[in-house]
Structure formats: C-alpha cells, structure tokens
Ligand binder design. Sequence first.
Ligand SMILES: [Zn+2]
Length: 186
Amino acid sequence: MIWKAIVPLKVKILAWSTAYKRTNTNDWVQRKRPSVCLSPQWCVLCKKEGESVDHLFLHCDISIALWQRLFNLANLSWVRPQHSYSLLEVEFRGFSRSKRAKVLWNSVVLAIFWAIWIERNSRIFRDLVEEMDGVWDRVCFLASLWALVDKSFEGIPLFFIIRNWREICASKPMKRRDVGSHFYPP
Ligand SMILES: [Zn+2]
C-alpha cells in the first residue's frame, strides 16, 4: 500500500525504510557506526526502552496511543502486531469499503508513521515537545490534506474532512453541486 498511497515521497520512503527496518533509529545507527556512541537503549518519546523501529513506531507509549485512537475511531478492535510492517501490509477496512475509506485509511496510517518520526526528531534535534493531542492533530491534518488530492474527495473542504472521517467515508461520492448543502456542518 505504501507506493500506491497519495502521500509525499519522503513519507513513502520513511514507511518503506521502516518496513525493512532501515530507518535511522538509534539501534540501527549504532550498528552501522559502532565507533559513534549513541544511546540505543533510550527512546526519546517514552524515555524507557531502547529505540528500535518496532518500539518507536508500534510499542512506544505515544505510538500505542495513536494507533489505539485510530482503531477506536474506526470501531475496530486491535491486537497489536509484533512488527510495524504488519500495519503497512494488512489492508484494514477501517472506515468502510468505499474508495474514500481506502484512500483515507492509507493516508492516516502513513501520517501516524510520519508524525511519530517528526515528533521524535523534533525532541532530539530541536528540544521541542508536542503533547499527545498535538501529535494526533498533526495526524488528522496531514492525513486529510493528503486524501484531499484524490479525486474521490473533490469539492469537500479540508476542515470538514478533518472533523468527519467516518461520515465522509460512509457516504457516496458527492457531486460538485452538493458542496455547501448537506456536507457542511450545521
Ligand atoms: Zn519509547
């Protein structure tokens, strides 16, 4: 699903490198350059466990909270997989079976990977910390923005997509003349 998703190339590359465990997490960098002393046993997000790909994107407290939020929103029960690439391989019918649902689900999954990576880098290189709600808001914004590029979302305002993922995915593709009538919130 990585290469078919309508997201920026840098996001696809991050997801691809994550799937193959080639992301520059501390443990990987330390293995590549053993002479450099990093802190592979320390994760900047939870400050508890070592930073590996699977820990950072799947098992870390913040990551778990983000995935849980998505699956709760989609009314899906979630058994956390062992490896993060499982989230990229399995095609969940998260919001519905519509074209919009497929596009949006892929965008959200990749936005979560991206938001975790951005937050991790922001804490390490800029000493800036975003709270959990802020990270989730970033996921909502980016996923909706990327989905908006797909034809099936044509004519729907961005702010409305951000707030109404399930409703939009459940509906039939709307025609341009419908914009401003039943798709705007009351
Ligand atoms: Zn962690």
